[in-house]
Design a protein around this ligand. Structure first.
Ligand code: ZN
Length: 361
C-alpha cells in the first residue's frame, strides 16, 4: 500500500488510481473497486462491486455508453464469473450513476434500489424531450445573465439527459435514511446527503469501516451544488452544508471513503470540513463584494477566481445562484430586476451575516 498523504487526506492506493479500466481491485473483504472510463472532465467513475453468496450487488453503473456496456460484458463473463447481479444500488440520479441501471436490471431481472426523490426526479428528467423546454426555464437563465448565444445552446441541449441514460425500471426498491441493508457478510447503513442532488444515498459499513460516498464526499473536487429552473428559489446550499455537518457528527474519522470519482482516501471529517469551509469562504467573499449590486455573471469571479470557459457557464450559473439564494433566504442580500431584465443582488447592511468570521479570511 502506498498511503500517500496530500492536503490532510491519506490515499491508501495513492492519488493516481492503480485501477486500470476494467481491472477490479479489492479494497476491503468482498468490496471491489472498478473504474469505468467517461468522456469529459470527470474522465471516469468508480463503480463498487459487492460480493454476495449467490451473486453481486453493484453500486452505480456509468453512463449509457457502448464502451461501458462492453466493459460490463467483459466483467460478467470474466471477473464476475457469470454470477448474477442481485441488485443495483444507485447513489443518486446523475446519468453517470444511473445511466445503465435500467439495462442491468432488465438483463438480470433485478431491482434498482434508490431513494424516492432520486428515483422520481431521475424518472422525470429522463422523460423530457427537446420539445418540452418551458418558457420559465428560458426566463430563469435570461434573468441570470445568459447571452442570446448561451440561451440558444441551452435550448439545443435541453432534453438530452435521456441520451446519457437508459430508462429507469418502472418500479424500484426504495431506500431511506438510516435504514440498514444486509449485503454479503455485513450490514450497511444508508446515510442521506442533500444539495448536490435531492436525496443522495451514501452506504456506510461500520463493520468494514468504510463508506461508499457517491458524489457526497469527493477528495479533490467540490461537487456542483446548483439551483435549476425547476426550483428557481431553491436553497440547495443550505441542505448541502447542513447534511455535510450531519455527516461530520455521524461518521468516524478513521473511515475509508470510497468516492465516485478520484481515489479512495481516509480522512472523512477532514474532507467534510474542507468542503464546508470552502463554501463558507465563498459566501463571505460574495457578501463582502455585494456592497454594490451585481448580476450573476459579475459574481462568478468570487466563486471561481478565474476566467470561465464557455462550457462551464451553465453549471457556474447554477452554483452562483445557489450561493446567492442562500444569502437571499437569510436576508443577507436583496434581489431586484434591473432595466435589462437581469437579477441584481446587493448586500443588506442591516442583516446579521452569520459567516462574519470568514469575511477577514
Ligand atoms: Zn453527481
Amino acid at each position: 500500500m502506498v498511503n500517500e498523504e496530500y492536503r490532510g487526506l491519506v490515499y491508501p492506493w495513492g492519488r493516481q488510481s492503480p485501477v486500470e479500466h476494467g481491472q477490479p481491485l479489492e479494497v476491503a473483504p468482498g468490496v471491489w473497486w472498478v473504474r469505468f472510463a467517461m468522456p469529459g472532465g470527470l474522465d471516469h467513475i468508480n463503480i463498487w462491486l459487492l460480493e454476495e453468496a449467490g451473486g453481486w450487488t453493484v453500486v452505480d453503473t456509468c453512463l449509457k455508453l457502448d464502451s461501458a456496456k462492453e466493459q460490463w460484458e467483459s466483467l460478467f463473463t470474466g471477473f464476475m464469473q457469470n454470477k448474477p447481479i442481485l441488485r443495483v444500488i444507485c447513489t443518486h440520479l446523475h446519468p453517470d450513476h444511473i445511466g445503465l441501471a435500467g439495462w442491468l436490471c432488465e438483463r438480470f431481472d433485478c431491482e434498482v434500489w434508490m431513494t424516492r426523490s432520486e428515483y422520481l426526479n431521475g424518472s422525470l428528467l429522463l422523460s423530457y424531450t427537446s420539445d418540452d423546454l418551458p418558457s420559465t426555464a428560458l426566463q430563469f437563465y435570461k434573468r441570470a445573465g445568459f447571452s442570446e448565444e448561451q440561451l440558444k445552446t441551452y435550448q439545443q441541449r435541453f432534453g438530452t439527459f435521456g441520451k446519457m441514460s437508459a430508462p429507469l425500471p418502472h418500479s424500484y426498491r426504495r431506500i431511506v435514511d438510516l435504514e440498514t441493508i444486509n449485503i454479503g457478510d455485513h450490514y450497511w447503513q444508508v446515510v442521506i446527503g442533500q444539495g448536490h442532488s435531492p436525496e443522495h444515498a451514501c452506504l456506510y459499513c461500520p463493520g468494514l469501516k468504510l463508506i461508499i460516498a457517491g458524489d457526497q464526499i469527493l477528495p479533490r473536487i467540490t461537487p456542483n451544488v446548483s439551483v435549476f429552473p425547476t426550483e428557481p428559489d431553491g436553497n440547495p446550499l443550505e441542505y448541502w452544508l447542513s447534511s455535510n455537518t450531519r455527516l461530520l457528527d455521524i461518521l468516524p474519522e478513521d473511515l475509508l471513503v470510497l468516492p465516485a470519482h478520484q481515489s479512495p482516501f481516509r480522512g472523512a471529517k477532514t474532507r467534510l470540513n474542507q468542503i464546508i469551509d470552502s463554501h463558507r469562504q465563498s459566501l463571505a467573499l460574495l457578501y463582502k463584494n455585494l456592497a454594490e449590486s451585481k448580476t450573476v455573471p459579475e459574481c462568478f469571479i468570487y466563486l471561481f477566481n478565474r476566467e470561465l470557459k464557455e462550457h462551464e457557464v451553465h453549471l457556474a450559473t447554477g452554483e452562483t445562484i445557489a450561493h446567492l439564494n442562500y444569502l437571499l433566504q437569510r436576508g443577507n442580500v436583496t434581489r431586484e430586476i434591473n432595466s435589462e431584465g437581469l437579477y441584481t443582488y446587493r448586500a443588506n447592511p442591516n442583516s446579521q451575516f452569520i459567516h462574519a468570521d470568514d469575511v477577514a479570511a
